[in-house]
Design a protein around this ligand. Structure first.
Ligand SMILES: *Cc1c(COP(=O)(O)O)cnc(C)c1O
Length: 361
């Protein structure tokens, strides 16, 4: 079956990445797989199912809708919503057995007022100042009181510069604050004590926490372009788009919207059936790299909504061949680096119009 634009997701690679990180943990520690935003574009149900088969029992998402989708697809592990859920949705947290983050005092009061024994994790703010409670005596008291009405499962914090070696001192400070706070509530024997994201796992795992939240590097991508992933961790995406037409333009002729590209000599041009409405960044106009039949080709002219053009002057290519927009030679991290963003943004912006197919498992 040929698809106009297709994302081939290599599930065995995701499983392998999980296994490599899992093997790197200290005793008593387990990974929580972060599969928010459709598993960073990779397909949340499929990724979760593949990971459950190798023993992953804990998942994190961003919203209650994402959590419910997983439950409806028979994912059995715990599912933690990392962001805010209004108390009006509390019944669903119970019905679908979902763990919820408590983001603030106001949020806590709302959740307590429902009278429902919701499973919660308290977010502790150790310096990012996005959501969470200060690691102080007031928060300690609030957690102790909450244990009477809610089912308190854990506490966690989030590291915001763990990927930057220049900020190691700040990160160590965050971890120290979190660990010290966790020790104050040690007697509650909370099963979920978690602090590290991917960069934290790679550079700052002191073995103290019981869980670690693996996100971007589960998919073989780097928290920062300069990060180095553990050996064997590989990206799991191949993005293929069909070549719909091959033609020649003469020296001096221009192409595309705005006529932003002009041929310096006779050029062979291929039209590719993917554009910015598929999530291919328009900023890659006259900049992006794709691979065609094993060779590198450059994007020429502006990326259109549904199509784009590439220079295939030195490549043997015909209608129906594929252009690889993402592949091992040009990863989402490479693409991101070309336009000054991060791999996270590239993979989460690939739209539903792109057909997902799954390799393995
Ligand atoms: C997204 C997210 C993660 C995963 O971070 P990565 O950098 O992708 O590993 C972990 N914790 C929280 C709270 C998040 O929002």
């Amino acid at each position: 079956m040929q698809h106009r634009s297709e994302l081939v997701i290599n599930l065995p690679r995701i499983v392998k990445n999980y296994t490599i990180f899992n093997d790197s943990l200290k005793s008593g520690q387990k990974l929580m797989a972060v599969i928010k935003a459709n598993a960073y574009g990779h397909g949340d149900k499929e990724v979760a199912k593949a990971l459950e088969k190798v023993g992953c029992a804990d998942f994190c998402v961003a919203t209650i809708e994402e959590a419910i989708t997983l439950r409806k697809n028979k994912i059995k592990g715990t599912i933690l919503v990392l962001g805010f859920t209004p108390a009006s949705q509390a019944k669903k947290l119970i019905d679908f057995d979902i763990h919820q983050t408590v983001v603030s005092k106001e949020h806590l009061h709302e959740l307590l007022n429902t009278g429902l024994k919701i499973k919660v994790h308290f977010k502790i703010d150790t310096g990012m100042h996005r959501i969470g409670f200060a690691p102080d005596i007031n928060t300690e008291n609030l957690i102790r009181q909450a244990t009477e009405k809610l089912s308190v499962k854990g506490i966690f914090t989030h590291l915001c510069v763990a990927d930057d070696p220049a900020c190691n001192e700040f990160t160590r400070g965050q971890i120290e604050k979190f660990n010290a706070f966790a020790k104050r509530v040690e007697d509650l024997k909370l099963p979920y004590i978690h602090c590290c994201n991917s960069a934290g796992i790679m550079y700052h795992n002191d073995g103290f926490s019981t869980r670690l939240r693996l996100g971007i590097s589960l998919y073989g991508l780097k928290p920062d372009y300069n990060s180095s992933l553990p050996k064997g961790v590989l990206p799991a995406l191949e993005w293929k788009a069909q070549i719909t037409m091959v033609k020649t333009i003469k020296k001096g002729e221009s192409l595309g919207y705005g006529l932003t590209y002009t041929a310096d000599k006779e050029r062979k041009i291929a039209t590719v059936s993917t554009g910015y409405a598929d999530g291919y960044p328009r900023r890659l106009s006259n900049l992006g790299t794709v691979y065609v039949n094993g060779k590198k080709a450059k994007v020429v002219g502006r990326v259109c909504m549904d199509q784009m053009m590439i220079d295939v002057t030195d490549i043997d290519v015909k209608m129906g061949d594929y252009a690889l927009l993402l592949c091992d030679q040009y990863t989402a991290d490479d693409m991101a680096n070309d336009i000054g963003t991060i791999g996270y943004e590239i993979v989460t912006q690939i739209t539903q119009r792109v057909t997902r197919t799954f390799k393995g498992n």
